[in-house]
Design a protein around this ligand. Structure first.
Ligand code: SF4
Ligand code: SF4
Length: 62
């Protein structure tokens, strides 16, 4: 199933990806966004486009 790849070191926990995702795939953890519902991901790329730091590098399907 598709899901975004988040590089924790580059994430500033701003929440933009959580807000941008139409499918509630992401949640904000203490220091980084986390993929909590990968089964919901439709690989739309909205989270990747919304991230201001480039912490979401790609949407993979595995
Ligand atoms: S690719 Fe789309 S559906 Fe998947 S986590 Fe990102 S915003 Fe959500
Ligand atoms: S938009 Fe980018 S920096 Fe902001 S919480 Fe999501 S992954 Fe982290």
């Amino acid at each position: 199933m598709p899901h975004p790849v988040i590089v924790p070191e580059d994430c500033v926990a701003c929440g933009a990806c959580v807000d941008a995702c139409p499918c509630d795939v992401l949640e904000l953890g203490d220091a980084c966004a986390e993929v909590v519902n990968p089964e919901n991901c439709i690989a739309c790329g909205a989270c990747l486009e919304a991230c201001p730091t480039g912490a979401i590098t790609e949407i993979v399907d595995d």
